[in-house]
Design a protein around this ligand. Structure first.
Ligand code: 3MF
Ligand code: MG
Length: 344
C-alpha cells in the first residue's frame, strides 16, 4: 500500500456544457490548449477517442490518419504527456445508428470494424497499447429489433478481428447498462469478462470500470472492481460519481457518496492498482452552471478527493478492523469507518 498514482482524463472532460435540452454555455477550447492544461491540473495521461486525435478521420486515408496521429504524439511529447488509451467513436456516424458491431446491416458492421482498425493504427502512432471499447449502441430500444445471442457472437467476432489486426494491443471493454440505448448488451463487468473468455486471446481483453455505469446497473463500483481484480482484468478505471438512477451524470469523484468513493480507492490501493502502469482515469463533467474560467475544477477536485481518500484508506486502524470482523461486530465497524471518514 505505498503506490504513487498517475492520473488521466479525456479532452471531452473539458467541455462546453451542452445537454439534450440546451446549447453550449462555454466557449470551446482547442485541443492544443487543453493539452497545456493537463500538467497544471496534476495529470500525466490523455485518454483519446480516435477522432479526438484525428478529427474527420472517416474522410482521410489510412496513411493520412497515421501521419496526423504522429503529429499528435509529438504534441504529447512537447507537454511530457502519455496517451493512456484510444477508443473508437462508434456512436455518431450515420452508419452506427443501429449499432456498430451489432448493426443489422452488414455494410454498417463492416464500417465499424474498419473504423476500429484505424483506431488501432492511431493507438500505435500515439504509443499506447490500450484500446477502450464503450459499446454505446450495441443494444436495442425494443427487444425484437435484434437477436441478443447473435449480438454476443458479433461483438466477439469484432474483438477477435481487432486482436488479430495488431498482436500488441489490449482491449478494455467499458460496460454501461443503458443510455443511449434502452438496454445495452454488455451492461456489467461480469458480462464483459465473460465476453473476454469467448475471444481468441482472453488475457488481452479486460475492462474499464466506470463508477457511474456500475451505479446505473444497481451495482457497487468497488465490488465490480474487486471482481475484475480477481480475474486480473482491471485494465483501467473511469472514476466519477452518480446521484441515483437517472441520466449518466459524470459528477466529480466522491461528490455524491464519499463512502462509496472511499471503498473504490481502498480496493484499488489494497491491490496495488497502478503498479503495472495503469492510470487512475477520470470521466467527469463540469456542471453546466460553471463559468468558463473555473470549468476545470471538477478535474482537480476529483484528483484531490482521490488522493485524500488514499490517505484515509491507509490510516485506518486495521488491527481494530480485523478484531471487529473477528467479533462479527459490524455495527461497530460501521461506526469506525464513518468516524474515520469524518476525521476522528
Ligand atoms: C459514456 C462514457 C464515454 C466513454 C468514452 C471512452 C464519453 O458514458 O463513459 O465517455 O468513457 O467514450 O470510451
Ligand atoms: Mg466513461
Amino acid at each position: 500500500m505505498s503506490g504513487k498514482y498517475r492520473f488521466s482524463f479525456g479532452p471531452w472532460n473539458i467541455h462546453e456544457g451542452a445537454d439534450p435540452f440546451g446549447p453550449t454555455v462555454r466557449d470551446g477550447i482547442e485541443f492544443a490548449k487543453k493539452l497545456k492544461m493537463y500538467k497544471n491540473l496534476g495529470f500525466d495521461g490523455v485518454q483519446f477517442h480516435d477522432d479526438d486525435a484525428v478529427p474527420d478521420m472517416d474522410n482521410l486515408s489510412a496513411q493520412e490518419i497515421v501521419k496526423k496521429a504522429k503529429e499528435v504524439r509529438a504534441m504529447l511529447d512537447g507537454e511530457g504527456l502519455a496517451a493512456e488509451f484510444v477508443a473508437p467513436r462508434l456512436w455518431e456516424d450515420a452508419r452506427t445508428i443501429d449499432g456498430a458491431y451489432t448493426a443489422n446491416d452488414p455494410a454498417c458492421r463492416e464500417y465499424a470494424k474498419d473504423r476500429s482498425r484505424r483506431t488501432i493504427d492511431i493507438a500505435a502512432a500515439l504509443e499506447t497499447r490500450l484500446i477502450v471499447l464503450w459499446l454505446a449502441r450495441e443494444g436495442t430500444y425494443i427487444r425484437e429489433a435484434k437477436d441478443s445471442s447473435v449480438a454476443v457472437e458479433q461483438i466477439v467476432e469484432a474483438i477477435n478481428g481487432m486482436l488479430a489486426y495488431n498482436p500488441d494491443i489490449r482491449i478494455a471493454i467499458e460496460p454501461k447498462p443503458n443510455e443511449p440505448m434502452d438496454q445495452a448488451y454488455i451492461p456489467t463487468t461480469g458480462h464483459a469478462i465473460a465476453v473476454s473468455f469467448m475471444t481468441d486471446a482472453p488475457q488481452r481483453v479486460g475492462v474499464n470500470i466506470e463508477s457511474a455505469h456500475a451505479i446505473l446497473a444497481g451495482l457497487d463500483p468497488s465490488d465490480e472492481m474487486g471482481f475484475a481484480l480477481a480475474y486480473n482484468k482491471l485494465f483501467t478505471v473511469h472514476l466519477n460519481d452518480q446521484n441515483g438512477l437517472k441520466f449518466d451524470e459524470d459528477k466529480s469523484f466522491g461528490a455524491v457518496d464519499l463512502r462509496r468513493a472511499f471503498n473504490q480507492v481502498r480496493i484499488l490501493d489494497r491491490y496495488d492498482y497502478g503498479a503495472a502502469g495503469e492510470f487512475v482515469g477520470l470521466d467527469v463533467k463540469a456542471m453546466r452552471t460553471q463559468k468558463q474560467s473555473v470549468a476545470t475544477k471538477h478535474l482537480a477536485n476529483s484528483r484531490e478527493i482521490f488522493l485524500r481518500l488514499v490517505k484515509v484508506a491507509r490510516s485506518i486502524d486495521n488491527k481494530t478492523v480485523n478484531q471487529l470482523i473477528a467479533d462479527r461486530d459490524y455495527e461497530e465497524l460501521d461506526m469506525l469507518i464513518v468516524d474515520h471518514l469524518m476525521g476522528k
